[in-house]
Design a protein around this ligand. Structure first.
Ligand code: SF4
Length: 304
């Protein structure tokens, strides 16, 4: 097994029997992660739990396993299925430029009829526009939860917001369905309306999801808020220590109002696959989305 250090990242080769894994995401289908680990190293990363299953002891964001898998021969099996690329990594990490695992995966899925969703914080995806255009139902989603580069830099090591926006425009202009995933929404920090107005002419969907604080990073984020945004600490304690959901309920109403004012549909999932009328992206309310799972897009929440 080859192993090397590159720019302070420990990189290894790993063999994987099956690159396609059944997904437990709300959108169902399969999830595919061409790498183990994610060098964007987001402070709030829910995927950092992966470390437990992979034997990695290094800090999240400082290791990357490059997967090697047997070529997908029966890609027709995924026809009509949702395939999410990058649920616990980003298929377009800077290292993808060298290893090209995501491009290889796309080539193997070409012609399968699968509905591909790529989740990224990178602009490297622009490299593959040619291939994406040939793949049928493809969607590319960029996570953008701020327009403030200082806050962005505090949270992740991915490319700047400006570069993500520029990539989104290029992919959108190429006729490929795009999403601006406003996530995670940080209470008192994420200005979702400003982001919406910045992206509404270059995306088909705007997804909104609240910040979830679980596990090891909860205290780290609360400490960060305490230090950098002391005026917000009471709000964070109310939400994340006392379980107060009123802030996000209010945001949900504001999002619905924004949708009405902007002539945008307001729904709780993005199915079925379609392109939005230019300038009027579909706003998808994923706040506490575990409450709307299985609601058949009726928006009926299982209130707790
Ligand atoms: S891009 Fe996603 S998977 Fe990667 S560190 Fe950030 S939140 Fe985690």
């Amino acid at each position: 097994m080859a192993e090397m250090m590159e720019n302070d990242i420990l990189i290894r080769d790993v063999e994987t029997k099956n690159i396609m894994t059944k997904s437990n995401l709300p959108v169902g289908g399969y999830s595919v992660n061409p790498y183990v680990g994610c060098t964007h190293g987001c402070k709030y990363c829910y995927a950092s739990f992966m470390k437990r299953f992979t034997g990695h002891t290094e800090p999240w964001g400082t290791f990357l396993d490059v997967k090697h898998w047997r070529e997908i021969k029966n890609s027709q099996k995924y026809r009509g299925q949702r395939v999410v690329i990058g649920s616990v990594t980003d298929g377009y990490l800077p290292q993808e430029e060298q290893f090209q695992n995501t491009r290889k995966l796309l080539e193997q899925l070409k012609g399968s009829g699968a509905e591909i969703l790529i989740c990224t914080k990178s602009d490297l995806v622009v490299r593959d526009i040619d291939l994406l255009r040939e793949m049928g139902k493809v969607t590319v989603s960029w996570s953008i939860n701020t327009l403030d580069e200082d806050f962005r830099r505090d949270m992740d090591k991915a490319v700047s917001i400006e570069r993500r926006l520029c990539a989104m425009k290029q992919v959108y202009d190429a006729g490929i369905r795009t999403i601006c995933f406003i996530a995670p929404v940080f209470p008192g920090i994420t200005d979702f309306k400003a982001i919406f107005h910045r992206v509404k002419n270059q995306c088909d969907l705007v997804w909104l999801e609240n910040l979830n604080l679980r596990g090891g990073f909860k205290q780290e984020i609360l400490d960060y808020i305490h230090e950098k945004y002391p005026h917000l600490i009471n709000l964070y304690q109310a939400i994340y220590q006392k379980g107060d959901r009123s802030y996000f309920r209010d945001l949900e109403q504001q999002a619905e109002q924004l949708a009405i004012e902007s002539g945008c549909p307001f729904v709780d999932n993005e199915l079925p696959y379609s392109l939005a009328e230019p300038g009027h992206p579909v706003i998808v309310d994923y706040f506490y989305h575990e409450e709307v799972r299985g609601s058949e897009n009726t928006g009926k929440r299982k209130r707790t």
